[in-house]
Ligand binder design. Structure first.
Ligand code: KIV
Length: 266
């Protein structure tokens, strides 16, 4: 697969080609997804929910992100590899932010990091970009702000909230991010941001006008079913396939149908 870089992603907006992005947390899935010419693999801190079973993303650590990034890196064939900076890894001091971003790149092998928030995180964004690490912004329903928002709610619905998201997007672009994820915002807000910015936008629950789309792989494969937001489309029901296969295995072991001669060293 031809290696995708941040330039490939920026070019896609120029030529009007949609950008494809999926989350990924391990080697096997990285192999499978990247064999299909996906543009970006995101080691999202959603791994807190879908891989570690936490209620939200807040407990996820830099060590968790580095560990999963290393596994994805080993399976990736050509996609741009982006990793989330987890809650409180970039908010306390700018030095902390740069040090943690550097760990994700040096130890994990990511090619860019993603940070949630707008003007309030601009100093960290600039410092990380100045440290030669590409940054992806993330606005709208930023899951690390769950306690501040009081739940998973669509953002940017009032005129004030709408203009805050738009000005945050412009501030992030000015600070040097090369891509912005817009999560759970009204379609018209995402459209306006996408038209105003030179850098691409990636939507998740942000409608059709974004320059690309991202989904959590466990949601779109039907593996994670604890809760399913409206914006998820299930492209497969792998959870049911797993249950059926495990059930057949249990029955065959119990009945003596497995293993057969072809599964046995004679
Ligand atoms: O953590 C994550 O999976 C994300 C995507 C939902 C964009 O940030």
């Amino acid at each position: 697969m031809i290696k995708k870089t941040i330039l490939t992603i920026l070019d896609k907006k120029q030529v009007g080609e949609k950008i494809t992005m999926l989350t990924c947390y391990d080697y096997v899935i990285a192999r499978l997804i990247s064999s299909q010419d996906i543009d970006i693999l995101l080691v999202g801190d959603s791994l807190g929910n879908v891989k570690l079973g936490y209620e939200n993303t807040l407990p996820v650590t830099i060590d968790d992100m580095v560990y999963h990034t290393k596994a994805v890196k080993r399976g990736n064939n050509g996609a741009l590899l982006v990793t989330d900076m987890p809650f409180m890894s970039y908010e306390i001091t700018v030095e902390d932010a740069v040090r943690n971003a550097a760990r994700i790149v040096k130890e994990g092998g990511a090619e860019a990091v993603k940070i949630e928030g707008g003007t309030e995180v601009i100093k960290s964004v600039k410092a990380i970009v100045d440290a030669k690490i590409p940054v992806v912004g993330h606005l709208g329903l930023t899951p690390q702000s769950i306690n501040k928002f009081g739940g998973f709610k669509v953002q940017g619905k009032t005129a004030k909230a709408r203009s805050k998201i738009i000005s945050d997007a412009e501030a992030l672009e000015k600070a040097g991010v090369f891509l912005i994820v817009l999560e759970a915002v009204p379609e018209q807000v995402a459209k306006e941001i996408t038209q105003r910015l030179k850098i691409p936008t990636i939507g998740i629950g942000a409608g059709i006008y974004c320059d690309g789309q991202v989904l959590v792989i466990d949601d779109m494969l039907g593996l994670f079913t604890d809760f399913t937001p409206k914006f998820v489309k299930k492209y497969a029901n792998v959870g049911e396939i797993i249950k059926t296969a495990v059930n057949s295995y249990i029955n065959e072991v119990k009945s003596g149908q497995f293993p057969k001669e072809e599964n046995t060293y004679l």
